[in-house]
Ligand binder design. Structure first.
Ligand code: FEO
Ligand code: CA
Ligand code: CA
Ligand code: CA
Length: 643
């Protein structure tokens, strides 16, 4: 069910990247020493490499990891790890001493006139004024210098109609009302939060002038060199500069100037494509299916009617949550692919650098570097930073596994610099609109579904969550390389990048795998410098975040170890480097998204698709999360705080 609704069953479709793109990752190069960082690394658990110690079994519930104290360079959130919760358990689990509360749930009214959530009385109009479905990215931003007020921004990736409507039997039979309600449940929400004291949990403000819904009907302004391109023009928008809506918004990022970015990910699934249409550019993006029935209520989703409409999705969008009247933007300078998200850091000279993953098996990691520099206090200027700059794609060159480490050097290969295409045979517009095709030609490294890519504000290194790729190394598919070392990779791994000169704008880097995820009993796993017996099992890393002392936090999607998904703290420096400790576990059928580790040590997560199970229906739900008496599972943003 998750496959069908979230990503249009892209795993069941042919691999989109069928390019013969060479594997530079296998090239053996000299070892690059990075300030002794290498010295602390232990043997990787891969074929032919030295293996760590045999792990001790650590599966019993209620067996907290006793590691908080002995090595401790610092925790922002002081907790004892929880044990994994068996898959299918309908519970939300937090460490001893913590409590949780849903801050906002699907259907909560946030705009004037919106009714209370009523599962049996949904309408498109009601939904357009209510919190949307399947929250993913979460940002919590300060408001008015008041520690008791904040703005919450969440996006709504996709809908699961079989859990939203009784008796739903597929999009072919869906009513127009159902189709339009599901459409309105997509997009972005901005909602004011308040709390009564610094120790109290947050609640949301139903009647706030800050509240906003962005839906598939909201106009977006297209920016960058592809704005106005013939590839973006439609009958409704002959200028190619205004797009209605944003779709399949997955992860995101919060910029230093206080806006929120969101990635348009599996947009391909909304389009109905004629069966006999063969278009390599559409195929490279998986736009080959029969759609979700949306073309019946809005013909722009029929590729036979509007062949360019798919080109208007697959972008990074920017929303200014502080200005509810602002027009959100789609930034073509950041390229078009199945954007997981984008996270912005500042380079040494003040340019804005956006790190990005293209979340599909065998796709790539990208980076954008703005032309102009960030100016402290000049928000109007900073709001333009993502409209023009250079675009790169990553190559991870391994130095061989004889050293017992998965590591090597890397290159940011230019696709666009100084406003000029650097890809032979591709115009600037085509590099930006058909970015995947351009990247195929320059030797980028095919990765195992790169999702969040984010720079640690404390140690300056960049972390890439590669969720999984069970087709790696299978017949007719790309084989393993040093950066994607496991065949049929079901548990994923995390790449750590050190940019040359510690400058985010660098064009070369050093990398290593800080985590090779899975059951610690699996000798192919690797956890930084720590003994495998000490860590929480972790599988399918998806979103990453950092706390104020530089620990990496990872939320997971698709645990392949027989447990529910969760949120994990990972030390990345000092003797605890690689120590994974599970902080929370989400209910049956859910994935964990959008972690925010707030400065006060409270934690926000999005609980996405609770109760998503092939057998589940509204009459027989697989989860009742957030256990609010509605009798149905409701995707929700949750706050976890010290009890
Ligand atoms: Fe929507 Fe890449 O997860
Ligand atoms: Ca190596
Ligand atoms: Ca994701
Ligand atoms: Ca995911």
């Amino acid at each position: 069910m998750t496959c069908h609704y979230r990503c249009g069953s892209q795993c069941a479709a042919p691999v989109a990247n069928r390019s013969q793109n060479a594997y530079f990752g296998d090239v053996v190069r000299g070892v690059v020493s990075r300030r002794g960082v290498l010295a602390g690394l232990v043997g990787l658990g891969v074929a032919g490499a030295a293996l760590g110690q045999a792990p001790a079994a650590r599966a019993a519930a209620g067996d907290p990891t006793p590691l908080a104290a002995p090595f401790d360079p610092g925790h922002q959130v002081d907790f004892s790890a929880i044990a994994p919760v068996p898959a299918g358990s309908d519970s939300f689990d937090v460490p001893a001493g913590f409590a949780w509360a849903a801050v906002l749930s699907w259907g909560d009214p946030i705009l004037p006139g919106a009714p209370e959530f009523d599962f049996d009385a949904q309408t498109p109009e009601a939904q357009a004024g209510q919190f949307g479905y399947n929250n993913d990215y979460v940002a919590v931003l300060p408001l008015a210098g008041d520690e008791h007020r904040a703005l919450l921004v969440a996006n709504h990736e996709y809908t699961n109609e079989e859990l939203m409507f009784r008796g739903f039997t597929g999009s072919d039979e869906a009513t127009d009302e159902q189709l339009l309600t599901a459409m309105a449940a997509h997009g972005v929400s901005v909602v004011e939060l308040r709390r009564s004291s610094a120790r109290a949990p947050w609640g949301y403000v139903r009647h706030s002038d800050h509240n906003r819904r962005v839906t598939p009907a909201t106009p977006f302004r297209v920016t960058g060199a592809a704005a106005g391109s013939a590839l973006l023009r439609t009958s409704a928008d002959p200028e190619g500069r205004t797009v209605l809506g944003t779709l399949n918004n997955c992860a995101g990022g919060t910029t230093p100037w206080g806006t929120v970015l969101s990635g348009e990910e599996n947009f391909h699934q909304y389009f109905a494509v004629p069966e006999d249409l063969e278009d390599p550019a559409l195929a490279r993006y998986g736009v080959t299916g029969s759609g979700r029935g949306w073309e019946r209520v809005d013909e722009r989703f029929d590729v036979a009617v509007e062949p360019n409409e798919p080109n208007r999705f697959g972008w990074i969008v920017e929303v200014d949550p502080y200005d509810p009247a602002s027009t959100p933007r789609k930034h073509t300078a950041l390229g078009r692919f199945k954007h997981e998200g984008a996270t912005v850091s500042l380079a040494a000279d003040g340019r804005a650098v956006a790190y990005m993953g293209d979340d599909e098996r065998f796709d790539y990691v990208y980076k954008f570097v703005s032309k102009e520099r960030f100016r402290e206090g000049d928000r109007a200027h900073n709001l333009t930073l993502l409209e023009e700059g250079d675009l790169y794609v990553a190559a991870f060159d391994g130095d061989g596994t004889e050293d017992g480490r998965h590591d090597g050097t890397g290159r940011w290969i230019p696709l666009v610099t100084d406003g000029v295409s650097r890809v032979p045979g591709f115009s600037l517009e085509r590099v930006l609109v058909h970015t995947r095709l351009a990247a195929d030609t320059v030797g980028a490294t095919k990765m195992d579904r790169p999702e969040d890519v984010e720079r640690n504000p404390v140690n300056g290194r960049v972390y890439v969550a590669c969720t999984n790729n069970t087709q790696r190394g299978t017949e007719g598919r790309a084989g393993v390389d040093e950066a994607n070392p496991r065949p049929e990779n079901k548990d994923g791994h995390v790449v750590e990048i050190t940019e040359s000169g510690d400058d985010a704008a660098a064009t070369s880097f050093w990398w290593n795998l800080v985590l090779v995820c899975g059951d610690p009993a699996d000798e192919t796993t690797h956890f930084g410098d720590v003994d495998r017996s000490l860590v929480s099992p972790i599988s399918c890393p998806d979103n990453v975040a950092f706390d104020s002392v530089g620990n990496l936090w990872i939320s997971t999607d698709g645990n392949a170890l027989g447990s529910n998904d969760g949120l994990y703290e990972v030390a990345v420096d000092g003797p605890r480097r690689g120590l994974v400790r599970q902080f929370l576990s989400v209910p049956a059928g859910a994935e964990t998204c959008g972690p925010v580790i707030a400065p006060d040590g409270s934690v926000f997560v999005a609980v996405q698709h609770p109760g998503e199970d092939d057998e589940a229906t509204p009459e027989a739900p697989a989860s009742l999360f957030p256990y609010d008496g509605s009798g149905q599972p409701r995707p929700s943003v949750v706050q976890v705080y010290r009890a």
